[in-house]
Design a protein around this ligand. Structure first.
Ligand code: FEO
Length: 395
């Protein structure tokens, strides 16, 4: 299967409708994904990226239907992660001497993955590759967006930026173009992708986008490595990235809680009622951490100005689900957000102090020292939760 992109550029990747988890078990893909590979046929023929290893044979067989593999003059490997390089070993068995253009860091990571001495041609930002008919590729290193080896390749003449992971989303669609898909689904997947993968690199996102914009090159199409190709107003996703990279937040407070016997849930719901009573404009969302997809939770944290994290005390600490989501939150290095903790306990009651410690470590400013409730909340405790919520809303 191939999909025409523009002139002599075709998509030759794989749409993965059945993918449910990505990065092992670290990222949920409710709407599948795609691994986008592109074939550019000018005087020289260029293949950009490949697909994930399970689809390697299928990918190479499909590619053979489009072109005699020996006619591929150059391969561009924009990124070494397995979802894009996984079919390289299968492909290189057929064309072992074909030059692979990639960053110096990608030479290291591709070699680290596959232990092959392929014909690497390391490139730096500004380096070019002439492919005839007046067209050339211009390479732009995208270090730490999101791996040290990441790179984008710009095709002059067709004005296509092959951006790899940047501006992508895990979204399977036969339509493959941004103007043909459900916009709510598309942007839900875009923000989830940014929140869960790019948040720690936000400062670099802003810097790199401004660096590319300063080049003043026309970008008619952004051809990512996952999900849709941005051909209709591609600048819209660039603008979203710029907004998301600047310590993004909406007028939202998110309450994350886990509960064993409902006490901490009752606290959460009454804290929410207190917030709503004090501020009718703020969006308040509640999620049971143990029952909610962790990446969807992270997306809501990303959108929040303040989060409340609640766990009952179990053993001498917090529930495993709470610990898991806090570990993710800490690793993503959110900035400019506030937080507070709450939770029920029966005797020792360590949970609030423990959550406070992790939240501070994760860079959140504590809006309050937190609220503890002995046993199940009674009427005075429920009142305390409402007052706590109201006070939080005013901060
Ligand atoms: Fe889609 Fe970083 O791989």
């Amino acid at each position: 299967m191939k999909i025409h992109v523009r002139n002599n550029v075709n998509w030759v990747g794989k749409i993965d409708w059945e993918l449910l988890k990505f990065h092992g078990n670290e990222y949920s893909t409710h709407r599948g994904s795609s691994y986008n590979s592109y074939l550019v046929q000018e005087e020289k023929t260029v293949l950009i990226d490949t697909v994930w290893k399970p689809y390697a044979k299928e990918f190479v067989e499909n590619l053979k239907k489009e072109i005699d593999l020996k006619k591929i003059d150059y391969i561009i490997a924009n990124h070494a992660e397995s979802d894009h390089s996984g079919a390289l070993p299968e492909l290189m068995r057929h064309i072992p001497d074909t030059p692979i253009y990639c960053t110096e860091n990608a030479v290291k990571s591709l070699t680290g993955h596959y232990h092959q001495r392929w014909n690497f041609r390391p490139v730096k930002t500004g380096d070019t590759l002439d492919i005839g008919n007046g067209k050339k590729f211009v390479f732009v290193e995208m270090k730490m967006l999101h791996w040290p080896d990441s790179m984008a390749s710009y095709l002059t003449g067709d004005n296509i930026l092959f951006s790899n992971d940047a501006f992508g989303q895990h979204y399977a669609s036969e339509h493959m173009f941004n103007d043909l898909v459900d916009q709510a689904e598309l942007f839900a997947e875009c923000i989830k992708y940014y929140a869960n993968i790019l948040t720690p690199f936000s400062a670099l996102v802003e810097k790199k986008i401004n660096e590319v914009l300063a080049l003043n090159i026309p970008i008619d199409i952004i051809a990512t490595s996952h999900g849709v190709i941005w051909r209709n107003n591609p600048v819209q996703i660039v603008e979203k990235y710029l907004a998301w990279s600047k310590n993004y937040q909406e007028n939202q407070i998110t309450i994350l809680y886990d509960t064993m016997w409902d006490g901490t849930r009752i606290m959460a719901e009454n804290i929410a009622a207190g917030i709503r009573g004090a501020d009718s404009a703020v969006t308040v969302k509640l999620f049971n951490i143990g029952k909610t997809d962790k990446n969807d939770i992270i997306t809501e944290v990303f959108r929040s100005k303040l989060i409340l994290v609640g766990s009952p005390t179990i053993g001498r600490g917090i529930t495993s689900a709470t610990a898991g989501i806090l570990e993710m939150i800490e690793g993503l290095k959110f900035k400019n957000k506030k937080a507070a903790a709450f939770g029920c306990y029966g005797w020792s009651g360590e949970s609030v102090a423990k959550i406070n410690g992790i939240l501070e470590q994760a860079g959140f400013a504590l809006a309050d020292q937190g609220l503890k409730c002995l046993w199940n909340p009674d009427e005075p405790a429920i009142e305390q939760c409402r007052n706590f919520g109201a006070a939080i809303a005013k901060r």
